[in-house]
Design a protein around this ligand. Sequence first.
Ligand code: GDP
Length: 819
Amino acid sequence: MSDQDGKKPLGLGGGSRSGTVKQSFARGRTNNVVVETKRKRVQVPKPGAQSAAAVNAQGGRQTSTTDAEMDRRLRALQAAKAREAEDAERRAAEERAREEERSRRRAEIEAKEREERERAELARQRAEEDERRQREAVEAKSRPAEPTPAPAAAAEPRQRNLGPDARPGRTDAPRKREDDSGKPRGNDRRAGKLTVNQALAGGEGGRQRSLASMRRKQERQRRGGGGNVQQEKVARTVQLPDTIVVSELANRMTERVAAVVKALMQNGMMVTQNQVIDADTAELIIEEFGHRVQRVSEADVEQVIDQVEDTPENLQPRAPVITIMGHVDHGKTSLLDAIRKTKVVSGEAGGITQHIGAYQVKVGDTKLSFLDTPGHAAFTSMRARGAQVTDIVVLVVAADDAVMPQTVEAINHAKAAGVPMIVAINKMDRQGADANRVRAELLQHEVVVEEMSGDVQDVEVSAQTGKGLDSLLEAIALQAEILELKANPNRAAQGAVIEAQLDVGRGPVATVLVQNGTLRRGDIFVVGEQWGKVRALVNDQGERVNEAGPSVPVEVLGLNGTPAAGDVLNVVETEAQAREIAEYREHAAKDKRAAAGAATTLDQLMAKAKEDRGVSELPILVKADVQGSAEAIMQAMEKVGNDEVRVRVLHSGVGAITESDITLAEASKAPVIGFNVRANAPARAAANQKGVEIRYYSVIYDLVDDVKQAASGLLSAEIKEHFIGYAEIREVFRVTGVGNVAGCLVTEGVARRSAGVRLLRDNVVVHEGTLKTLKRFKDEVREVQSGQECGMAFENYDDVRQGDVIEIFEREEVERTLA
Ligand code: GDP
C-alpha cells in the first residue's frame, strides 16, 4: 500500500492480513478497496510455538537458553512477518498488473465505441464536414507541438492511479472528448494530419488499427464525400459489346463480381466470373443493377466520327446540289456547259474553268452547286454507297425527241431517291420542237408538270442559244428555297466523293462535295477505305483555297489511296483514328465481297423473304427488247401478288442491261430481269462485282412463273396434316425403363413410328406428341398395318388408359404459291 502515492490508508496494523476488493462503476471506472482482516493469533505464529514445544519435550536445557530462544523466535516471527508482507506485496503487484491489463482493454473498447459514436456523428454532419475539416487542419497546424491525448495515452494515468484518488485523472480524458464531440480532438488524427510530434510521442504508434482506420478515412475523404458515399447508388452507362466476360461486366458496372454472378444465377444462368455471356443476358443484368446499357460493337471504331446531331440554331442555309439527268443526246452536257460558261461564280478568267466534276454558279444571291457528271451511274453509285448528294434532279428532255428509255430510267432513279425533279425541255430552238408532247408523254410516267397542273416545275430551254437558262436557274433556286437546305459549317467536315483518280504527279486526287461542316487544309480524314491529311484544296476555278464549306465542291490532295465515287469523307481527330477506321472498313469490305458471291439472287431473296416476314415487296428491274414486251411484262408483274406480297418493278426499259441498271438494282437489292436482251460487258462486270443477279428469259410465261415463285417465298408456308391411322388401346402394361406401354389394335390405316400422335379420350385430345416405341411382339417396327396388334409408348407422356384412342397423323409443309 505504501507505494500508492505515499499515502498510507488507515489500517489495522502489522498483525492484519490485507487484500483488495475491486469496485466497478459506470464508464469502466473502478476502485480498489483495501480490505484487512485481523488475525486470531497475532503474537505467536503456530509453527514457531510448535517447534518450541517439541524442543521442550526433547530435552530439559530450554530454561537456560530462554533469551536466545526468545531472540530466535522473535527473528522467526519477524521473518514470517516479512514473508507475509512480501506475499501481500506480490499479490498486490499481480493484481495491479491484471488491473492494468483490464483497464487497457477497457480503454481500447472505449476508444472503439467512441470512434463509432464519432463516425455516426460525422455521418450526420457530413454536409459541414469539409468546412470543418479545413478548420481542423488549420487548428492542427496552429498547434503542432501539442500532443493529442489519445485513448491509449489516456489509459496510462488511469492504470497508474489505481486507488480512489485516481478517479479524477481517469475520468478527465473521456470527458474532454465528450465535451467537444462536435469536433473531437482525436479527429485531428482522423483528418489525416498525423504530425511528427504525434508520431514521435508514440501515443498511437503501437496501434495498427488506428493507422488503418486513418487510411480508410483518408481514402474516403479523397473520394470527396462522407462516410456513406459507397451506399449511394450511381447509375452508370455501361458499354456493352456483343459478348462480355462476367468479371468485366461487373467491373464496368463497378459492382461486386459475386453479386453479378448471383444475379445471373437468379436469372437461371449458372456461370462463373470468367465465362463469356451474350449481350442480351448482360443487358438484363445491367438493367437489374439499375445501370444504363450502351451497346457497342467492332464497328464502333467509326464512333470517333463526329455524329452529333446539329441543333437548329447551328444550321445555316446552304446551296442546293443539282444533278442533270436525261436520255443520251438530249443535251445534258451542252446544258451544263451553257450554265457554267455564263454563270460560273467568278467568271473572270474568260470562263475557262477546270473540270473537277462539280461547279458552283451564282443566281442573284444564291449559289447553286452542279454535279458535272451527267449520267445516271454517278447518281446511283453514290446512292448505293449511302451518299445522297443530290438535292434536285434536272431532267433534260429534247423537245424534238420524246421521252426515251433513259428518260424513264432517270425518272425512276429520282423517284427511288426521293429527290424533287425539274424538267428542262431542251432544244426549243429546233424546228419541230414540241414541248407539250414531251409534257404529255411525261404524264404517262407519272411526272405531272406544272403546265399540266402538277407540281413538277418545267422550263423550256435551249442549251445552244441560252434561251430559258435563267428561268431554269430561277426554278432551281425556287425549288431549293422550298427545300430549306441547311448545314452547320462549324463542325468537322463530312462530304462525298464525286470523282477520284490517280493523278500522275499529284497522286490520288478526289473531288469532294462538302455536305456538312468545313473542310480545311491540314484536316485528317477518312474516306471510304482510304484516309489522308488535306495537303491542298483546289476549287472549281482551279484556285488553291484554305477551306470549303457546305455544298462547296473541292478537289482534295493528300490521300493515301484512291477512293471510289460516292465514298463518304469524314474528318477525324487523329491519324491513328483515321487509319484504324480505314483498316476496319477495308477488312469489312473484304469480308463482304467474300460473302457477296450473289447477294441479290432470287433464291436468296426468297430465303430472306421467308426469314423476314415483314417483307412483302419483291423489287425487280426489267429490261426488254421492245417496248411492247416490256409493257406486257409490267402488266403481268402487276398481277402477281396478293394482300401479303407484291412485285415492285423499280424500273423497266428497253435495251441492253447497262451498268446503271446494275447500280440501281444494287441500291434497291433487286435482281435484274432481261427479256430477250443481254447485259453489256461493263454491266456484267459490275453485276459480278456487286453481286447483283441477272436472269435472262425469252418466254414471258417462264419469267412470270419464276417471279411468282420468288414472290411466293414471301408467303408463309402452310402446314397440312394427313391422318394416316387410328389405334385403340386394349391394355396398359407397365414396363420398367420404358414406362407405360399401351397394347393397341390398329383399327384404321397404319401406325407409323415417325408420325405424330394424339391421344383421344372420349373424343377429346388429351395429349399430342410423338411415339417413343412402336413394337410388334418383341420387335421394334416402323409400321403396323390395320388389324394388327402392337405396343406403343409416348415420348414424355405416361398417362395412357385402356379405351383411349390414338390418332396417328403426318404433317406436310405446303409451300403456298401465288395463283
Ligand atoms: P448529252 O449526251 O445528253 O450530254 O447531250 P449533248 O449535250 O452531248 O448534246 C447532244 C447534241 O445535241 C449535241 O450535238 C449538241 O450540240 C446538241 N444540242 C444540245 N442542246 C441543244 C439545243 O438546245 N439546241 C440544239 N439545236 N442542239 C442542242
